[in-house]
Design a binder for this molecule. Structure first.
Ligand SMILES: [Zn+2]
Length: 92
């Protein structure tokens, strides 16, 4: 997962974009975010589970939770690289 860190206010945000969402500054650097985190909230959209994941570096990321069973809030998940979507799988 990539995010951006702002060179003006030093806030790290996600998703990666060319402008800081906090201060509006255009000087941002792409950074690799923590590969794992904790589910902060989850919902379902049809058969899909969508979760807000609080990464270990504190950044909140929205992504798909891929699991056969419902993933509980508070569960540990890790990023599962995918070209098209942000996807997490539950820690074994
Ligand atoms: Zn900023």
């Amino acid at each position: 997962v990539n995010g951006v860190v702002c060179r003006s206010c030093l806030v790290t945000s996600y998703p990666a974009r060319g402008r800081c969402p906090v201060c509006g500054g255009g000087e941002v650097s792409v950074v690799a975010l923590a590969p794992a985190g904790t589910v902060a909230a989850r919902t379902t959209v049809g058969p899909l589970q969508i979760g807000e994941v609080r990464l270990d570096d504190g950044v909140l990321v929205l992504g798909r939770l891929d699991a056969d069973a419902p993933v509980a809030v508070g569960a540990r998940v890790r990023h599962a690289p995918d070209d098209a979507i942000v996807r997490f799988v539950a820690d074994a």
